[in-house]
Write a protein that binds this ligand. Structure first.
Ligand SMILES: *Cc1c(COP(=O)(O)O)cnc(C)c1O
Length: 360
């Protein structure tokens, strides 16, 4: 079997060019006589790798000079705790709950302080983004928290919330580097890389420098302080060296592709192909309010569980894998991140149209 089209929400497809470079450099990285996964993280050759990765990321994402870029471990889920531990001064934060990830983040924050759920779309299975233009922001809130692209439900904010002057913190795991973002609008934006950037094991945190505090409660563990990682340029302890190297290759790939403006166009084109088909199909339909559709995660259903099952089995057989929806939603979901070629989406739509005809 050749390579499949992998529609997984994460870990997800990687650019073939990057995988080829990994293979070429596996045994001997640029004449060093060793693989990147064998290198000391304190070596000169590795220092160059991590520094270049950070430089390329900053350039791609347009990170202003007064922001730090940290390569951390523990997944996005560890940030659910790290954020309140590091940012809660008044012990109050406001959460907009638009899916399971925001809900988990809110629950975790409530261990450290008061986490107010100021808006939610749970009433309609998270199929939309609530109006965020005039929310009851708490006067003493240390920050307002959002999950900007909801991986499981396939919704995305079209506008950032009006935080009324409060700090905005955003989980961008499933939209990282899929389009340009104005970093200066956030106190922190962060994400696990396994959705749209690289191999699982790295979390990138982009944090405004003045939020990196050294007056935290004694009880906050060293590894869970942003300052620890910021002071040591993400080399306080052994980082996930190899995975950061692969992320670095992806940053180069994105730059070669023309940067995030170009990726946005490509991602819009790909998503349109799938949404247009869903809107015209008599068998399949998208599950979210069109205005809030994600460019990255596209959930869809038929009206029959049996048909959903049949579709998932047959599509997988045909080389379109991991189309099963999240266990909390059912149906199907196609994640079409940066590395999914347009051709993959076109072929999927052809397959769906054919399936529709055969099963009408
Ligand atoms: C996958 C995902 C997470 C969880 O990421 P882990 O790295 O597995 O902890 C959090 N938020 C969003 C938006 C995600 O898509």
């Amino acid at each position: 079997m050749g390579r499949v089209y992998n529609f997984s929400a994460g870990p997800a497809m990687m650019p073939v060019e990057v995988l080829k470079t990994c293979a070429e450099e596996m045994l001997d990285y640029k004449g060093s006589g060793q693989s990147v996964m064998e290198m000391s993280h304190r070596s000169k050759v590795y220092d160059e790798i991590i520094k270049t990765a950070e430089k390329d990321f900053r350039e791609l994402a347009g990170v202003p000079d007064n922001y730090k870029v940290l390569f951390l471990q523990g997944g996005a889920s560890t940030q659910f705790a790290m954020i309140p531990m590091n940012l809660m001064k008044n012990k109050v934060a406001d959460y907009i709950v638009t899916g399971q990830w925001a809900k988990k983040a809110c629950q975790e924050a409530s261990k450290y302080g008061k986490a107010n759920k100021i808006a939610s779309s749970e009433d309609k299975t998270f199929s939309y983004i609530p109006d965020v233009s005039d929310l009851p922001i708490s006067e003493d809130a240390d920050y307002v928290y959002i999950c900007q692209n909801n991986t499981i439900y396939g919704t995305k904010y079209k506008e950032l919330p009006n935080t009324k002057g409060k700090l905005l913190v955003s989980d961008v795991s499933s939209m990282f580097l899929s389009e340009p973002m104005d970093v200066s609008k956030y106190g922190i934006d962060y994400g696990g890389v396994q959705k749209n950037v690289g191999p699982a094991g790295v979390t990138i945190v982009v944090i405004r420098e003045d939020l990196i505090r050294d007056d935290l409660d004694e009880s906050v563990p060293t590894m869970l302080r942003y300052k620890t990682h910021s002071d040591s340029d993400s080399l306080y302890n052994t980082p996930p060296c190899y995975n950061i190297y692969v992320c670095g290759l992806v940053f180069k790939w994105l730059k070669d592709m023309g940067g995030l403006e170009v990726m946005k166009q490509k991602n819009e084109e790909k998503a349109k192909i799938l949404y247009d088909y869903l809107d015209s199909s008599k068998m399949f339909r998208g599950t979210v309010v069109p205005e809030y559709r994600s460019l990255m995660n596209v959930p869809f259903v038929t009206d029959s569980d049996d048909l959903n099952k049949k579709f998932i089995a047959e599509s997988s057989e045909a080389g379109f894998v991991n189309l099963k929806g999240h266990r909390t939603v059912g149906g199907m979901r196609a994640s079409i991140y940066n590395a999914m070629p347009k051709e993959g989406v076109e072929k999927l739509v052809e397959f769906m149209a054919d399936f529709e005809k055969k099963n009408a």
